[in-house]
Design a protein around this ligand. Structure first.
Ligand SMILES: [Zn+2]
Length: 283
């Protein structure tokens, strides 16, 4: 089977810009994101569906639908483009068809859809899938501290381990002929990104290495969510160089105004994003 990929919307949430932009002054970030009347900014939760080597692969699973009414209100969750399962169905993918789920990390807005509630039990959403996550991410998610515990919710991943469907990766891993995961620590120590390669432009699904497109171009802009911000900066410097040299097509899963683009340099030699609206070079 030839390689194909599609962006899969799983929902949209509204977050405090202090989280997304940390120390960046409002006058600077406001050129890129517009807050609503409650001073919140929108954050898409997009997954990536890939068909490669006769395998059906899903990268990240959004926030899921196990949220309590209180949590739903806190996140301001909406589904402007439908649910994850509806959007998979548009490409003929039923839950039982998914072979591999790659979790970039285990924050609740990235892996909440790993599981769902059926007959009052939390079970894997994708019953035949192997779920892949970095081993140290799983360790951190199951050994939380006061800073990390609010976003590592065990029903999103412990049932996967218990059903024998979890595979813990140990560093960069080739998944299929076209797909590999690379460690991109900083946002969390066990964070990974996904690279899809087939010819001219590698596709780079960065996850929270760059929450919004502008975070990828501005080396010093890191979110307040990052557990190790100085590591994020080091990791970003490595992957900025790689993305620029290889003309990578970069997907930003949270950015509603800049879903994808190329890293370019302006006349002053500084990095900038050339935005390709809505991920329009879908293969
Ligand atoms: Zn995120």
């Amino acid at each position: 089977m030839t390689l194909k990929w599609h962006i899969i919307p799983t929902g949209r949430v509204w977050v405090d810009p202090g989280g997304a932009f940390g120390l960046v002054p409002r006058t600077m970030w406001q050129k890129h994101q517009t807050p609503n009347k409650d001073q919140m900014i929108p954050m898409d939760l997009n997954s990536l569906l890939i068909f490669s080597d006769d395998k059906t692969i899903l990268v990240d699973t959004g926030i899921g639908d196990k949220l309590t009414p209180k949590a739903m209100e806190m996140w301001g969750i909406e589904w402007p483009e439908g649910s994850m399962l509806n959007n998979l169905e548009k490409f003929g993918v039923r839950p039982e068809d998914v072979d591999i789920v790659i979790d970039t990390h285990l924050h609740s807005d990235h892996c909440g859809g790993n599981t769902l509630i059926a007959d009052e039990k939390v079970v894997a959403t994708f019953p035949n899938a192997t779920y892949m996550v970095q081993g140290n991410e799983y360790h951190d998610a199951t050994n939380t501290n006061v800073r990390t515990r609010a976003t590592y919710l065990s029903p999103n991943f412990v049932p996967i381990e218990e059903s024998g469907q979890l595979q813990k990766l140990d560093g960069d891993t080739q998944i299929t002929k076209h797909i590999r995961t690379v460690r991109t620590p900083g946002h969390t120590p066990g964070h990974q990104s996904v690279i899809v390669e087939d010819g001219e432009h590698p596709l780079f699904f960065v996850s929270d290495l760059a929450t919004f497109a502008i975070h990828f171009a501005k080396t010093a802009w890191v979110t307040a969510y990052d557990v190790e911000p100085l590591i994020t900066i080091k990791t970003k410097e490595i992957w900025q160089k790689w993305a620029f040299k290889n003309k990578a097509f970069i997907i930003f899963q949270h950015d509603i105004t800049a879903r994808s683009g190329f890293l370019v340099k302006n006349s002053k030699g500084r990095y900038e994003m050339e935005i390709i609206e809505k991920g329009s070079i879908n293969k």
